[in-house]
Write a protein that binds this ligand. Structure first.
Ligand SMILES: Cc1cc2nc3c(=O)[nH]c(=O)nc-3n(C[C@H](O)[C@H](O)[C@H](O)COP(=O)(O)O)c2cc1C
Length: 231
């Protein structure tokens, strides 16, 4: 091989080598981009999956909470009560502190006297007449509540007639009604059954009865009752 041929061969080899290097760099670059894009896509997928998983978890948790609320009859609670001398109000406040939600005191349009003997006569007359004393308290959003804690003092072995007015005015079908009373010793006096009679489509729980002299110290009794009925 003469000198010229050797130089030409070396030149060809050099050109091929340069081309190979340039192509190699390009390929490497493309692969790098591809890898970066693939990594991004994979990361985004992972993120997407995590978000989907989180959404599913949240949905599951919400469903569980709703189910729990339905099981124990909680959901949104309203404590509604009538109280003339404050005993039933004490118990109502303990319930409200424990379960949250809203609390409403029922007031009659005509206020009852503070004279005990006169009040005994008025209450007996109202019971004998099956009266429905008008309520000045109005509850516009009763549909929002799943559970109604209904409190009243025992008057003449019965609910005050204002509670019958309340039960006439509001349809509590499908709701849970948890009755609580204070009394001088008569206890619930069968009033849970009376409530069920007035609201046949409601679920009336076991009631709570507190002695009038004990109402201010009834918090632990209230809490035991709440847990017994599922709150
Ligand atoms: C008109 C009237 C009738 C009552 N009748 C009874 C009754 O039949 N049995 C009973 O144990 N206590 C009776 N009590 C006592 C109350 O139920 C008791 O003092 C109650 O805690 C009062 O609740 P308040 O403070 O929320 O109004 C009567 C009280 C009044 C004013």
């Amino acid at each position: 091989m003469n000198k010229k041929k050797v130089i030409a061969l070396v030149a060809i080899i050099l050109v091929i080598a340069v081309i190979a290097i340039v192509v190699g760099i390009n390929l490497a670059g493309n692969n790098g981009e591809k890898n970066t894009v693939q990594n991004q896509v994979s990361n985004e997928n992972k993120l997407g999956n995590t978000q989907v998983a989180q959404t599913q978890n949240n949905t599951l948790e919400n469903e569980e909470e709703t189910q729990n609320n339905q099981e124990n009859g909680s959901g949104k609670a309203l404590v509604v009560y009538f109280s003339h001398t404050g005993n039933t109000e004490n118990v109502a406040n303990f319930i409200h502190q424990a379960v949250g939600g809203d609390i409403v005191k029922l007031e009659t349009e005509e206020q009852y006297t503070d004279n005990y003997n006169d009040l005994l006569d008025i209450a007996q007359e109202e019971k004998n007449e099956n009266a429905r004393p008008a309520l000045s308290t109005k509850i516009d959003n009763i549909d929002e509540y799943d559970t109604i804690f209904l409190g009243y003092p025992i008057w003449w072995g019965d609910m005050p007639m204002a509670i019958y007015t309340f039960l006439d005015e509001y349809d509590l079908s499908g709701k849970t009604i948890a009755p609580f009373v204070t009394s001088g010793g008569s206890g619930l006096s069968g009033t849970s059954k009376d409530i069920q009679g007035e609201e046949p489509e409601a679920n009336v729980t076991e009631g709570l009865s507190i002695r009038d002299t004990n109402s201010a110290d009834s918090q632990s009794e209230v809490n035991s009752w709440l847990s017994e009925i599922g709150f």
